[in-house]
Design a protein around this ligand. Structure first.
Ligand code: SF4
Length: 212
């Protein structure tokens, strides 16, 4: 499979913020979000080829019990993704997957928590959203909106009104585009069932450092 990087850190965002995890970042993404902070993952010819065994051996060198499969877009390599998820689960890892939600979620993948990133208009990738995914998500899953403006927040509220989901709802301010305090006030007033998710890794290590 095509791999961008594998590293051990803490989860910087979402419900499991602060939990030590190995990140397996798959290379290749067909989307072009305006605020993407990992454009180095876009090129499908970038990164390196790794066998499944190589990936598993790299993951096993750290004492982590949790693995996050991310990208790029992990579901853009569907066969390799499924093989990796099954092999990790056989080894009893807890697995989180971060996806843009433009691909159908494989129902037979043994994932503990899907994180589906619904694209708001500010990303310029709103057209990729497969919103029929939302009602199929479980309470253990997460729906994330990266919000760059009030218009993005209004879009997210409309999506949540029209597509019931049992998943936990996260609002993340787009880095350098929306003042986090403004988003906090909007969530407190208009989405009190949700939570604000800051990107802790950027506060700790800066916005551009890789491998953390
Ligand atoms: S889906 Fe993710 S990796 Fe792809 S362009 Fe958007 S933010 Fe970047």
């Amino acid at each position: 499979m095509r791999i961008s990087e594998i590293f051990y850190s803490i989860q910087g965002e979402g419900v499991y913020t602060g939990v030590p995890m190995v990140f397996v970042r798959l290379q290749g993404c067909p989307y072009r979000c305006a605020w993407c902070d990992s454009a180095y993952t876009w090129d499908t010819a970038g990164g390196e080829n790794h066998t499944l065994e190589q990936v598993l051996n790299t993951v096993a060198q750290w004492p982590a019990t949790h693995v996050c499969i991310t990208g790029g877009e992990p579901l853009a390599q569907p066969k390799d993704f499924l093989a990796l998820a099954r092999a990790l689960k056989q080894r009893r890892y807890w697995i989180e997957v971060e996806t843009a939600g433009g691909f159908a979620i494989p129902p037979d993948a043994p994932i503990d928590s899907w994180v589906v990133d619904v694209k708001c208009p500010g990303s310029s990738m709103e057209r990729i959203n497969k919103l029929d995914t939302l009602p199929r998500l479980r309470p253990a899953d997460q729906v994330k909106f990266v919000v760059a403006s009030r218009a993005d927040f209004d879009f997210a509220l409309a999506v949540l009104r029209q597509h019931h989901t049992s998943a936990q709802t996260l609002f993340t301010p787009a880095w350098d585009q929306l003042e986090p305090g403004a988003l906090v006030e909007w969530v407190k007033a208009e989405a009190p069932q949700a939570r604000v998710s800051l990107q802790a890794h950027k506060y700790i290590w800066g916005p551009t450092r890789r491998g953390v």
